[in-house]
Design a protein around this ligand. Structure first.
Ligand SMILES: O=C(O)C(=O)C[C@]1(C(=O)O)C=C[C@@H](O)C=C1
Length: 373
């Protein structure tokens, strides 16, 4: 996939330094002209915001909540763009929104999580954008389905759009948890593995749900080499008409940004590279050992499987499994390995052992039948 990078979108972002994360900020919702302009001007004054955002059409969980001011807000956003000189972006959920936003000079459109979850809705939006040179940012769908996220991006790509970025806003959870949406970082990491030149924006506001947690999530996104951040901000966050708990004012945003360690993706320092290389060689060696040990373990598991089949003994041996689990978790503690990690690892190994023995049972059964026939 041949995505065009954000700095090359032709909207005045080319001068942003390579190592600097692209910062998108603005209120969750445009509420009034005064609120929007004040919020945007305060953000522009920080000199750190590259793109302004505001929700105009808000998909809300339940009816009778504030669902956005609609197209009237586009006029206010246009004013914010004129006054600050910054590009503007809005969420679109229907082809009609696309038409109105483009007519109002919106620079970037984003597709929300409740839209990217629905292939029909995404297809309709992609078709509305066919042949248009408009940048699109696609948020992950609300459920942790990487293929669905990639599918949404592909629908725009297939209509000829190349100025695409992905936004990671986390995934819905059931019940009260630390974060409003679970980050499940392995999904954006896997997205980058598959499409390395797709730029990724972190949305700590929607993951956190509370402003106190924004800093740690923004930092984590930078540790994972995200290309930018989208952070909701409001001139008076406590009085926001939507998502009041997760918005910050411009001064808090500046403080938050000041505490972040922006990191480079790589270094060309020969000493660093040489030392890193030595350590990586040792890791390669150990990983290969690890796989050889696992392969040998599975051989033994299959042998036990044959023996169990012969004696018609069940595959799952609960007592033995409980003993293994306890022993390995205890050893992990002695070795100062994280409990949670070893618990998951040993469960994955045991699950694979069961699958291997099921395969042994299935093939042994076929052999038996053939011999009897
Ligand atoms: O000990 C056995 O009976 C095995 O088949 C091996 C093994 C394992 O993976 O260690 C696999 C399945 C059983 O539930 C218990 C243990």
């Amino acid at each position: 996939m041949d995505f065009i990078q954000i700095r090359d979108w032709g909207i005045g972002l080319e001068a942003i330094a390579e190592e600097q994360p692209i910062l998108i900020s603005g209120p969750c919702s445009a509420e009034t002209e005064e609120q929007l302009l004040r919020s945007c001007l305060e953000l522009a004054q920080t000199g750190q915001v590259h793109i302004l955002r505001a929700g105009i059409w808000k998909p809300r969980t339940r009816p009778n909540s504030f669902e956005g001011v609609g197209k009237e807000g586009l006029v206010w956003l246009q004013k914010a763009k004129e006054l600050t000189g910054l590009p503007i972006c809005v969420e679109v959920a229907q082809p009609e929104h696309v038409e109105l936003a483009l007519a109002a000079g919106v620079d970037i459109l984003w597709i929300g999580a409740r839209t990217s979850v629905n292939p029909f809705a995404v297809q309709a939006l992609a078709e509305a954008l066919a042949g248009k040179d408009v940048p699109v940012m696609v948020k992950n769908p609300i459920n942790p389905d990487l293929k669905l996220w990639m599918g949404a991006i592909e629908r725009f790509y297939q209509q000829g759009i190349r100025k695409i970025a992905a936004i990671h806003r986390g995934f819905s959870v059931y019940g009260e948890q630390r974060y409003r949406n679970a980050p499940i970082w392995e999904l954006p990491i896997e997205l980058k593995r598959q499409w390395p030149n797709l730029e990724l924006i972190g949305d700590p506001s929607h993951i956190a749900g509370k402003r106190e947690l924004l800093g740690e999530l923004a930092q984590q996104a930078l540790y994972l080499n995200f290309d930018g951040l989208m952070i909701e901000s409001h001139c008076q966050p406590e009085q926001a008409w939507s998502d009041a708990a997760q918005q910050v004012n411009a001064a808090d945003l500046e403080e938050l940004l000041g505490n972040l360690e922006p990191l480079r993706a790589a270094s060309s320092d020969p000493d660093f590279l040489c030392h890193l290389n030595e350590l990586r060689k040792e890791i390669d060696y150990l990983d290969h050992q690890l796989l050889k040990v696992l392969a040998r373990r599975m051989q033994l598991v299959r042998q036990i499987g044959e023996y169990k089949y012969e004696k018609q003994i069940s595959i799952l041996q609960l007592e033995r499994w409980a003993e293994i689990y306890k022993d390995r978790c205890g050893q992990a503690q002695d070795l100062q390995l994280a409990q949670e990690f070893i618990s998951l690892l040993i469960q994955a190994i045991h699950q694979e052992s069961i699958r291997q023995q099921e395969a042994v049972f299935a093939s042994s059964r076929i052999l038996d039948r053939l011999q009897k026939a």
